[in-house]
Design a protein around this ligand. Structure first.
Ligand SMILES: [Zn+2]
Length: 589
């Protein structure tokens, strides 16, 4: 053979030999690893599912009010689960449990450990621990954190509640959930689910051939501790919340919203009637849950953000601001005297005072809430200008509160809206300017409007948690206009013919506006909006009482009670601060 070819073969063979040696080395190392290093683990795992992985639920974050009063916490709940064996073994265990507790059990065999019964009482726990496990059934008792709402009805619409993850939700949920897990379903529990839930951990159990637990922690090194969820400290003040709920008439539905007029921080949000959210997280309250869901008074509806109401005369200040800016009126000028009604074409518009208010300027028309004055004003103003100012106050648009997606945007109708329905006539604006017609608002929007009226046109974003979102100055309104409107609202509470005299609170100056709105109900809805203190507005309040009749009579005292609670709370805070200052030792002493 050609020596050159031989040499070539030799080179190839040597190369092949090196490759084979390398392969063997890799194989040998792998075998060594499998046989020596992890032999102990594999011996256990190979024997038919005797190691089970268990999830360790992360404790969910607490929800507290601004003074750290706990509004949502976790309590221990017990559930019975089954460690899966053969189909026949499982059926035997389930039958034994059903017989012991006298109730049917439904389950699906999807994972190594199957939850059979949740949130059981101590009697069942004892039964399983003492009797069934002693008889060799592979049942065990898990302690799971269960949500608990100590203030129940008082904070139900804000905090919301948790419920079992449904199959269709599991698909869109961002990982880490198993079917049957509890997730935030409504309110802040839902909005802040990701930060409240934390990260679950992992542990292992070892069982013998009869599936009895031999070792609770066979691999301590491989266990992962859960990472607890974040706590949420809200802007809500439980004292003010309680005062607002107590001030509402017991038998009537409605809502109260109180926000910080400077930042939009929500201090109180009441929706009446309410419900006990604990019913939704308990496995033992199926009947109560059904009752709440079917209740015709709709206790689940958060009226503060989802209730849609005509605002009535509280809305007149939109017309006032627009007319002042358009030069249609000022603080001194008057329109034709109010004789109790005004005929425009074929339609007669009536005033709340059938005898008429006589000749009024803007301030007195605001104080006595004369419809005819604002009807005259609307005739000159026109729908476009009025609508533009309504939009600037944020009507017809969601406020962006962190209770999304429950919030409704309401309705601020324009000319086009009417044209598409029964056509445009000036009469529509006559109704809109006094907060009637198709206009619809939420109590939250009205609270924000009250804040803007008090603070010189700063539109805040209501929120329950975190840094205050940036505010927005309503453009194109002069400081003089804001001052005039504020003065009118002061007269509502302190003027001789003011409709809001019942909103007065000793020790603080209040400004406001009443409303009595005709809605779909038998009686009128009673409204009141307010801000205080007059010289430096800190709190803004909106109150609506469905079927409540006159706003000045029914809603104004509720607003007053909320402002009184705010004042008392401020006093307590100042006392706490000065007590702290007194306790601080003098330097050098
Ligand atoms: Zn009048």
């Amino acid at each position: 053979m050609d020596p050159e070819i031989l040499e070539d073969w030799d080179r190839r063979l040597r190369g092949l030999l090196v490759a084979v040696c390398l392969l063997f080395a890799v194989l040998f190392l792998r075998l060594f690893h499998l046989q020596i290093t992890t032999a102990a683990d594999y011996a256990k795992e190979s024997e038919d599912n005797r190691i089970a992985q268990r999830r360790v639920k992360a404790p969910r974050g607490l929800i507290v009010d601004r003074d750290d009063e706990v509004l949502a916490r976790n309590r221990a709940s017990y559930s019975i689960s089954l460690i899966r064996g053969s189909t026949e073994d499982d059926a035997r265990s389930v039958a034994a449990l059903e017989e012991a507790i006298g109730e049917p059990v439904s389950y699906s065999r999807r994972s190594a450990s199957v939850r059979l019964k949740r949130d059981v009482d101590f009697q069942t726990v004892a039964l399983v621990e003492e009797r069934l496990r002693g008889d060799g059934f592979p049942l065990h008792v898990d302690i799971e954190p269960q949500r608990d709402y100590p203030y129940g009805e008082l904070t139900a619409h804000i905090i919301g509640y948790m419920g079992e993850l449904r199959e269709e939700e599991a698909a869109s949920a961002t990982g880490r959930y198993l079917l049957g897990d509890y997730v935030g379903k409504t309110g802040l529990e839902k909005v802040y689910e990701d930060s409240l839930r934390g990260v679950d951990g992992v542990s292992y159990v070892e069982m013998d051939a009869r599936l009895r637990i031999k070792d609770e922690h066979p691999f301590p090194d491989r266990e992962q501790a859960p990472i607890p969820g974040h706590d949420l400290r809200l802007t809500l003040d439980l004292d003010i919340q309680r005062a607002a709920a107590q001030a509402m008439p017991d038998t009537l539905a409605g809502s109260v919203v109180a926000i910080d007029a400077r930042t939009g921080a929500v201090l109180a949000m009441v929706s009446h009637p309410s419900f006990d959210p604990n019913v939704f997280v308990s496995y033992r309250a199926q009947d109560e849950r059904r009752q709440i869901v079917q209740d015709s008074h709709r206790p689940l509806l958060n009226r503060a953000v989802s209730g849609l109401y005509p605002p009535g005369s509280t809305l007149k200040l939109v017309g006032a601001v627009a007319a002042l800016e358009a030069g249609i009126t000022d603080t001194l000028s008057t329109f034709e005297a109010c004789a109790g009604s005004l005929q425009v074409g074929d339609v007669v518009f009536r005033c709340n005072n059938r005898d008429g208010h006589g000749e009024l300027n803007l301030l007195d028309a605001t104080a006595s809430s004369c419809n005819i004055y604002f009807n005259h004003l609307a005739l000159i103003l026109g729908i476009e200008t009025w609508h533009e100012y309504g939009r600037r106050f944020g009507f017809g648009i969601s406020t962006g509160i962190d209770l999304d997606p429950e919030e409704q945007p309401g309705l601020l109708p324009d000319r086009q809206y009417h044209i598409e329905r029964e056509g445009w006539v000036t009469g529509h604006l006559m109704n809109l300017v006094i907060g009637q017609g198709y206009m619809l608002v939420t109590p939250l929007q009205v609270a924000r409007y009250a804040a803007a009226l008090g603070n010189g046109g700063v539109l805040v974003t209501p929120h329950f948690y975190g840094e205050a979102p940036p505010t927005q100055q309503i453009e194109g309104v002069s400081p003089e206009t804001w001052e005039t409107v504020r003065l009118g609202m002061h007269r509502v509470v302190y003027g001789e013919n003011g409709t809001g005299r019942r909103a007065r609170v000793a020790g603080i100056e209040v400004a406001g506006k009443s409303g009595t709105a005709q809605g779909p109900r038998t009686n009128d809805d009673a409204w009141f909006v307010a801000f205080a203190p007059y010289d430096d507005p800190q709190i803004a309040v909106a109150v609506v009482v469905e079927d409540g009749g006159g706003g000045g009579a029914t809603a104004a005292p509720v607003a007053g009670a909320v402002i009184r609670a705010y004042l008392e709370d401020q006093a307590r805070r100042q006392q706490a601060v000065s007590a702290e200052t007194l306790q601080t030792p003098e330097p050098g002493s």
